[in-house]
Every structure is written in C-alpha cells, then in structure tokens.
Design a protein around this ligand. Structure first.
Ligand code: PBG
Length: 327
C-alpha cells in the first residue's frame, strides 16, 4: 500500500493515545454548584436532578466533606430563601441563606474556595432576575440590588462573586461597590454569555425560581446569535470581569470557542441542570452509559475552550480524572 500517513499509528494503544492527547483536564478547574436552603435538618433530593440535593446549613457539611475528599476545591452557592418578596430582599440580607451558609462553610472547611451566584430570581416573589416596572424588568434600579447582594456575599466571606442576572452594566456596578469597600482583590466571574435556555428547567424547579409570568428573553440572550456572545464578553471585560462564563455548555460550544479565541482571560463553561437531567434520565432508562457520557461531555467542553468547568458531576469527574479514565 502506497500510504505515508496513517493516523491509526497514534492510536495503537492506551499509552500512545494518552501521550498525544490534545486536551488535558485537571480537578483544580472544576466548580460544583450547590443549593442551600433556609430551615433545619433538610437534605431534599431535587426531583428533576436525581443525586442533587437542597441542604440546610446544618446539613451541608456532609456534602462539603465529600467534595473535599474527592478533590473538588471550588463550590458555587445558590440560595433558596424561606420568604420571597417583590424586591428579593433576602438576597442581600446580612442573615440571608447564602450569607449564613458562607460563614458556616468557611468556618468548617476553610480550604474550599467559595463562589456565590449573584442574582435576584431565587429571591423575588415573581421569579424574575430584577426589579419589575410594570411587566418589565427594570435594568438600572436592579443594579443597586445586585451590587448590594454581591457586597453582602463578600462581607460574609465569599472568595469570588458570579453575577448571573444579565442586566446591562452589572459587572461595573459590582466592581465599583467592592472597590469602594476595600474588596478590590475579590474577583468577578461574570455569566457574560448567558442564553435564554430551556436547559435551565430543572434548576428552576430546584430553586423555585421559574418566572411567574413571561420569560427571561428580555435579558438573557437569543440562542440564534453567535457574534453577540463576543459583544457581551467584550462589555464585561471592559467593566472589569476577571473570568468570563458561557452558559449553557453543550449546545454552545461554538460560542465558547469564540470567546476563548477572542479574549485573554480564563473562560468558564457551565454544564447546566438540563444537561445533568438528560444524562441521568437516559442512563436510568438504560439508553446510555452514564460515566462515559459524563466524560465525553466534559472533555468536549474543555476541547472547545473551557479553562473552568461548572458541573453537577464535579465529584464523579474528579474520580474519573483520579482513575486516569480521562485527563
Ligand atoms: C440564576 C441562575 C440560573 C442558573 C444559574 N443561575 C437560572 C436561570 O437563569 O433561570 C441556571 C443553572 C442551571 O440550570 O443549572 N439566574
């Protein structure tokens, strides 16, 4: 056979396949999203997300311990308050659920790194990500509340804040208040390129944060748009974002790749609740192999450009990396 190039030469056995891998993953880049809820003695499984739970502050230690053991050092906290109101006031209450969870978690597990999701939708009675004016979410008056929320998280011990609301100008508003109060060293990871997505369905069930009317298309991005991702990324960089996130992950790898190529900051990808739920449901039905799906989804996201990966499968992935199954 007259054939000089044979790609199969580099696939001959596991050793050479590992040697020539283009994508390598490290546990240090994983972030585990975790739900904390007001109340006591609560460890409730989330219906649409088998294996994921809402923890009250007194119960979350078990999960944090499992994470630390698995070698996952970053946690992203989401709060579910007992009471919600028009202005989402529990989001920035000094004794709010995230603030209390942070203090306790930092006391018990000081070596973990705590990131908080900054948004209003889990805290507002109407489930939208900001203050309403009529039927619309008002951008500029929401900025004050987001800034207050971020500040209260940092005062309670957050190592990093992550605004996910998609109001215009929120990174600047948060950066400004943090700097004013002497927190200029606390980084902001912005959900810069966040699409209005059906993949958030299970999360809204988990957090009770589905909008009571309308949808989020007036602030989250239209999934027909790719170049607009760079517009959003560029703006957040100008406003002082340290890390840019693309969300969801799997259906947006083109956008992720663009953001990676066109910017020079770390890029995060969030494999959201619907991605988790799809894998779980298909695996439970016996249609796919769960572990293989988790690995392939993760590696493809890193391959597309992610430096950081947020996933509900963080513990499992850390295990697969440890075993050498991927990475
Ligand atoms: C808050 C927020 C949401 C998610 C992360 N932060 C929900 C939403 O925008 O509706 C979704 C995460 C997931 O689906 O796993 N705004």
């Amino acid at each position: 056979m007259d054939m000089l190039v044979r790609p199969r030469r580099l696939r001959g056995n596991q050793t050479i396949r590992k040697m020539v891998r283009e994508t390598r993953i490290d546990k240090a880049s994983l972030i585990y999203p975790m739900f904390v809820i007001d109340g006591e003695n609560i460890e409730e499984e989330i219906g649409a997300m088998p294996g994921q739970f809402r923890y009250s502050v007194d119960k979350m230690a078990y999960e944090l311990e499992r994470l630390e053991k698995a070698g996952v050092t970053q946690v992203m906290l989401f709060g579910i308050p007992a009471v919600k109101d028009e202005a989402g006031s529990q989001a920035y209450a000094p004794d709010g659920i995230v603030q209390r969870a942070l203090k306790e978690a930092k006391r018990q597990f000081p070596n973990l790194y705590y990131i908080t999701d900054v948004c209003m939708c889990e805290y507002t009675s109407h489930g939208h990500c900001g203050l309403l004016k009529g039927q619309k979410v008002d951008n500029d008056s929401t900025l004050d509340l987001l800034a207050k929320t971020a500040l209260s998280h940092v005062e309670a011990g957050a190592d990093m804040v992550a605004p996910s609301d998609m109001m215009d100008g929120r990174v600047l508003a948060i950066r400004t208040i943090l700097d004013e109060k002497g927190y200029q060293d606390v980084p902001i990871m912005s959900y810069a390129v966040k699409y209005a997505s059906a993949f958030y369905g299970p999360f809204r069930d988990a957090a009770g944060s589905a909008p009571s009317f309308g949808d989020r298309k007036g602030y989250q991005m239209d999934y027909h748009n790719r170049r607009e991702g760079l517009k959003e990324a560029g703006l957040d960089l100008e406003e002082g974002a340290d890390i840019l996130m693309v969300k969801p992950a799997l259906s947006y790898l083109d956008v992720l790749s663009d953001v990676k190529m066109e910017t020079c900051v770390p890029v995060a990808a969030y494999s959201v609740s619907g991605e988790y739920a799809m894998v779980k449901a298909a695996a439970q039905a016996g249609f796919v192999d769960e572990a293989s799906m988790i690995c392939e989804m993760a590696v493809s996201t890193y391959r597309a450009g992610a430096d950081i990966y947020l996933t509900y499968f963080a513990k499992e992935l850390a295990g697969f990396i440890q075993e050498g199954r991927i990475g």
